[in-house]
Design a protein around this ligand. Sequence first.
Ligand SMILES: [Zn+2]
Length: 200
Amino acid sequence: MMNLNSPLFDRIRSKPNAEEVRADQEPLCQHPGCRRKGEFRAPKGRDHEGEFYLFCLEHVKEYNQSYNYFAGMTDAAVQSYQKDALTGHRPTWNISVTGAGLGAESKVDAATLLRAKLDRLRRAREAAAEARVRPVGKAALKALEALGLDDKADKPTVRRRFKELAKRLHPDLNEGDRSREEKLRAIIDAYNYLKTVGLA
Ligand SMILES: [Zn+2]
């Protein structure tokens, strides 16, 4: 039987809890609210050369994705995305951006700054993706036409149309009608192609 009075148990009991150990000895991921280990470094970016955030794997990926997105863009392009992305969002934003230069009384904590930064990057990425002009190649155009659509059709429209046609042309409803079977195959091919080029 185990002896609960053994010195071993005293040792376990006197140990600080796991949370304290982590906070004391290993940096935590700096993503707001994340309690995992901050094992990965991510550059803070322009004006903060040589400074890094510490993130867990998931959050360093997320951060790098946002960060890299702007590589190669002009300042003007980045700013306009950011401006678009900010319209109507948190009023605390301006404070966050300039927080580093404010006095102690209006100091913004690091988590707030980072949260705002991640937020901004995410929204900017979404706005950019939204605004991006899709290059529609000849093959894609042909595939869209096969579905009775043109190059302005967005993904939900393409999907909806495909489902409609597939249902209508389904062999179960068209007992052995060869032409319909072929049409269905063409539509499936077209749809699959559109998926491979990100249009469906
Ligand atoms: Zn994390």
